[in-house]
Design a protein around this ligand. Sequence first.
Ligand SMILES: NC(=O)c1ccc[n+]([C@@H]2O[C@H](COP(=O)([O-])OP(=O)(O)OC[C@H]3O[C@@H](n4cnc5c(N)ncnc54)[C@H](OP(=O)(O)O)[C@@H]3O)[C@@H](O)[C@H]2O)c1
Length: 376
Amino acid sequence: MKYRQFGKLGIQGSAFGLGCMRFNGNASGDSVIDEEKAISLIRRAIDGGVTYMDTAYVYLDKTSETVLGKALKDGYREKVTIATKMPDSAVHNREEMEALLDEELKKLQTDHIDFYLMHGIDRKKYEYFKSIGAREFFDDKKREGKIRYKCFSFHGPYEEFEYILQDYDWDMVQIQYNFMDVDNQAGTRGLELAGRLGIPVVIMEGLLGGRLAHAPENVQALYDAFPVKRSPVEWAFRWLCNHPEVATVLSGCNEAEQIDDNLRIFDTVGAGIMPPEELTLMENVRKAYLDRTRIGCTGCRYCMPCPQGVDIPRIFSIRNNMSLYGVDPKKDWGYQAICKEGHTPANCIGCGACEAACPQHLPIIEELQKIWKEMA
Ligand SMILES: NC(=O)c1ccc[n+]([C@@H]2O[C@H](COP(=O)([O-])OP(=O)(O)OC[C@H]3O[C@@H](n4cnc5c(N)ncnc54)[C@H](OP(=O)(O)O)[C@@H]3O)[C@@H](O)[C@H]2O)c1
């Protein structure tokens, strides 16, 4: 296992951090956590050198922290740092923040949390956290020693990331990043900004939730043609760790084999070690994925709001994920939400407001109907 610097914090952590959001690969195939298996996976990772554990209050129906707490008994707690999170939905005032943190400490069976994060924020959620005094709360808890580092995880556009990152004295940030997300969310610009500020970056969705683990034919052909043979997972993690700003790459594993594979991979990674031909390969791989794009929507949302409530960019994005990564739309929470909320293309009356606003000049009205049928 390689260990990496955490920016200005002056500490080191394992290049592979274990994400405790999944653990649902139990024998019956349902989503109920298999506690015994989860504990054995966690301990297997720690025995292999992992020192960074990522969980959250809400993961696995609020059971993830409890299971991690159990796994970290018998001397394992002392070997790792714990990251957990405060969701905006669970707190409305100081008393509730106090109660939530105490509950998390109890579930994790520890007297302190190393990395405490405002969970999955964008500008709107950050302003909400500010309005209820969350920043002062984080300051106080750090002083009291109940948390060591003040952090946030982010899902939103770069401009909001830039603002949030510089609006408070953060110790660490967690972003979604992988070779397909260089221009998405915080993206490469966000990663490099954090690096310039000395703020360590923890990576989530390094495999896009597992989608990058299985290369489609045109991508696999590129990997196969390269003289050095590595799996798609290894290429993805190697590319991430090539960035010096990256402190730890989280990966949520469901099986012992995945833990072992990742332990092996993260023993070979390093910042700045990829030669130009490997970087070119990854750029070509990215292009090969993008060649599979079904519709050229960039997600700029100029077409929104649709007067009939159709979430056009979201529908296009779900359809593109089908082509790029083979994602079944029925299993996509976005698709489920659209159906549940009734915001489907069936509502479209062909007014054309969207097409007039689209900078890509997409035939949105026609494509919406076609794509909806393809997804069904
Ligand atoms: N704060 C936030 O807003 C937020 C959001 C998302 C995630 N997170 C955190 O970030 C962590 C990492 O995200 P993630 O779980 O989405 O990570 P990821 O690495 O992008 O995806 C994990 C999935 O990749 C596959 N995988 C992992 N290692 C593999 C290997 N060696 N070979 C083949 N497949 C492999 C597995 O999928 P299959 O078993 O299905 O093949 C696994 O479930 C989460 O666990 C969570 O702790 C935080």
